[in-house]
Design a protein around this ligand. Sequence first.
Ligand code: GTP
Length: 236
Amino acid sequence: MSYKRILLKLSGEALMGNKQFGIDNDRIAIYAKEIKEVVETGVQVAIVIGGGNIFRGIQAVEGGMERTQGDYMGMLATVINSMALQAALEAINVETRLQTAIEMKEIAEPFIKRKAVRHLEKGRVVIFGAGTGNPFFTTDTAASLRAVEIEADVILKGTRVDGIYTADPEKDATATKYATVTFEEVYQKGLSVMDMTAFTLCNENKLPIIVFDMNTPGNLKKVIAKDSKIGTLVEF
Ligand code: GTP
C-alpha cells in the first residue's frame, strides 16, 4: 500500500539546476511534472522548499549580518521558490494552495492547519512557505513541523544524494548506502540526515523519513510506491 499523505521537502539549491543562482525553469518544470504524477495516483502532497538558491542566511551572518535578519531574508527566499513551484504546477493544471508562516495576505493564504488539511483532502497540493516563521530554525525543521501538524505518513527529503551513507560518499569511496536505518542508529552513529531539531521532531512524533535523490526522474513515484531500492528509510 502506498502512502496516503506525504510531505515533500525540496532543497532550494536543487532548483538552480545548472545555473549558479536563482531558478532554472526546466528543473522546476520537471519537479512539477513528477509531483503531478504522484498527485494523480491519489496521494495527498504537501511541500516545503528551501531558499538557498536565492539567499543563504549563514553566508550573510559570516559577512556580518545579524542572524535573525539573515534568517528572515531566507524565509522570504522560500516564499519566492514556493510561488515559482506553485506557478509551475498550475501551468500543468495541478491545483495548489500556498500558505505562509509569515502573513503576506496579498500573495498567499496564512498558514492554517485545518485549512491545509481540507485542501489536501480535496486533492490540492499545499505548499508551505516562509519556513516556521521564526529565525534559528531551518526549512528541514519547518518540513518536520508541518508534516507532524498535518499528520503526514512520511517526510520525503529530496536531495542530491540517493540516501544515507555510512560516510560522506562525496569524500569517502568506501561509503555504502543504508536501505533502512533506525532513528537510534542515526543518533548513535552521528549520521547526517537533517539538523537535530528537525530530526528530533520526527523522532518524537514517530514520523518516518525517507532521504532520496529527487533529481533522478521517476524516483519520487517509486519512493511513494515504497520501492525499497530507492533512498534510505529512517524508521523506528
Ligand atoms: P474551499 O473553497 O474551502 O475548498 O477552498 P478555497 O481555497 O478554494 O477557498 P477560498 O475562498 O479560501 O480561496 C479561494 C482562493 O483564494 C484560493 O486560490 C486561495 O489560495 C486564495 N486565498 C484564500 N485566502 C487567501 C489569503 O488570505 N490571501 C491570498 N492571497 N489568497 C487567499
